[in-house]
Design a protein around this ligand. Structure first.
Ligand SMILES: [Fe+2]
Length: 472
């Protein structure tokens, strides 16, 4: 009898523990400080006549064997060539003198914005690279040659490990610099960055000072020239200013940052998908139409059923305005998109959604709110094992400062939240497990401020919340 009573009590206690693992509002208090941009003079162009600058790369096709190489030459259009070769080939060259360099020409674009004229913006798409291979590449002008390197991802496959950095709302302040420095020196090495929108914050300056787009390009080069950043657009990319005579949305962003949207049958660079290793990444636009029958809606509707979880088990979505966020800043700005698309995310078992916009950090439980309709009155997030985890990673540290006004009480859907700047790392281990860590800027790089195991929703749809909230 005593044994039965013991087991009964144990079950009751376990049950309470599972139901009551309340979320954490971190006690860490960031030192209050002004957020101002690093002066432009701290981001000088590279030396040399017409030297290529603002070098950045992103995936150039759907599978991962292509790369888009972009750079700016400030004064002259030409040369518009990128030269590239396998790193191993260079070794062979030294031994046997037989390797050859490949060349691809860029397309060149320029734009004007109010009183600003851009340099010559080059985009060169390299295709048919070998998977999982290191390449060198060079861009040059006159007597300046700049050399960089990148490593292509492994061929898509269900158990291919891959590590992503996650950064959002970066800007170009001292805090932004800390975030980027922390990311590049994190002992867990990210192989590509998922970027949750809001890049340069040029539009926070008079007349949307587009030289801030140039300094931002120089600022991030130390990472993005060597590994692809997967771009999504935020509100600071819209640059819609009819008072300045600028009424074409996303003009600077779309001239400067190219993505392989046509490879996923998208009709706009603002929404698209790629495969990378064991992941299927979907980028959405919070600031483009997504109502029923719109191009983005039609694209996503046909995109989600295409995903083969036996090839790419992990579905990751990047968008800018978070659907679940318990901060007073930008509260519920993502709500109409959530209402439109959330049932599809649950139906197709999306694993993780990364958003930015709110300048702090938050991680949700697996929750959904798809029961509501106008007559039944059922409304409110509930635990849902088919739902994604929602992560707000708008904590890059831009000129607008921290969003430090969380709503009291912490809602039950919120697992961890903190008003600090930082970045995250997502380590896909295999088809069932991924380990996720968040790193605040005030700590040394190896310190993990928040962490969670994510179990794949298709291959291993078990509940992770009890192990993830063990420190609650
Ligand atoms: Fe934003």
């Amino acid at each position: 009898m005593a044994i039965i009573w013991f087991w009964l009590m144990t079950c009751v206690l376990l049950h309470i523990a599972v139901l009551c693992n309340a979320g954490v509002t971190s006690g860490f208090v960031r030192k209050a400080a002004w957020s101002v941009d690093i002066p432009k003079s701290h981001f000088p162009p590279p030396s040399g006549t017409n030297a290529p600058e603002q070098v950045h790369i992103t995936q150039g096709d759907h599978e991962g064997s292509g790369m888009i190489i972009s750079w700016v030459t400030p004064f002259e259009r030409y040369p518009n060539v990128v030269t590239y070769w396998e790193a191993d080939a260079e070794y062979e060259h030294n031994k046997h003198k037989h390797y050859h360099k490949h060349k691809t020409h860029s397309t060149i674009t320029t734009y004007r914005y109010y009183d600003y004229s851009s340099g010559y913006i080059h985009h060169a798409t390299i295709k048919h690279l070998k998977f999982d291979t290191k390449y060198f590449y060079e861009v040059a002008s006159h007597n300046v040659t700049r050399r960089f390197s990148f490593t292509t991802p492994p061929k898509p496959g269900p158990d291919v490990p891959y590590t992503f950095g996650v950064i959002g709302d970066l800007g170009q302040t001292a805090d932004s610099n800390q975030t980027l420095e922390h990311y590049v020196s994190n002992p867990i090495k990210g192989q590509a960055v998922l970027f949750a929108g809001d890049l340069s914050y040029a539009d926070d300056h008079p007349n949307h000072d587009n030289t801030k787009w140039d300094t931002f390009g120089r600022f991030i080069e130390k990472s993005v020239a060597y590994q692809p950043w997967i771009w999504s657009a935020g509100n600071h990319e819209i640059d819609f200013a009819p008072n300045l005579g600028e009424s074409v949305p996303f003009k600077p962003y779309l001239h400067r940052y190219r993505v392989p949207y046509k490879a996923s049958q998208s009709t706009s660079p603002l929404w698209y998908s790629i495969k990378r290793a064991s992941t299927y990444i979907i980028v959405l636009s919070s600031y483009s139409a997504y109502g029923k029958y719109t191009p983005q809606y039609k694209w996503l509707e046909q995109e989600l059923p295409k995903i083969n979880r036996s090839e790419t088990p992990w579905i990751i979505v990047i968008l800018h305005a978070p659907w679940y966020n318990s901060n007073r800043y930008h509260y519920m700005e993502g709500e109409s998109m959530r209402v439109q698309f959330e049932p599809w995310f649950v139906q197709h078992k999306v694993d993780i959604v990364f958003a930015g916009h709110v300048h702090s950090y938050e991680r949700s439980e697996r929750i959904s709110n798809v029961k509501y309709n106008i007559t039944n009155g059922l409304s409110g997030p509930v635990r849902d094992s088919s739902a994604p985890v929602y992560i707000t990673i708008g904590d890059g540290g831009n000129i607008e400062g921290i969003a430090d006004n969380f709503i009291d009480q912490q809602p039950s859907y919120s697992a961890y939240r903190e008003a600090s700047f930082g970045h995250a790392i997502l380590e896909i281990k295999n088809r069932t497990h991924a380990y996720y860590t968040w790193h605040r800027n005030q700590d040394n790089e190896p310190v993990i401020a928040d962490s969670a195991w994510f179990f794949n929703r298709f291959w291993y749809p078990e509940d992770e919340s009890s192990i993830n909230n063990k420190e609650a």
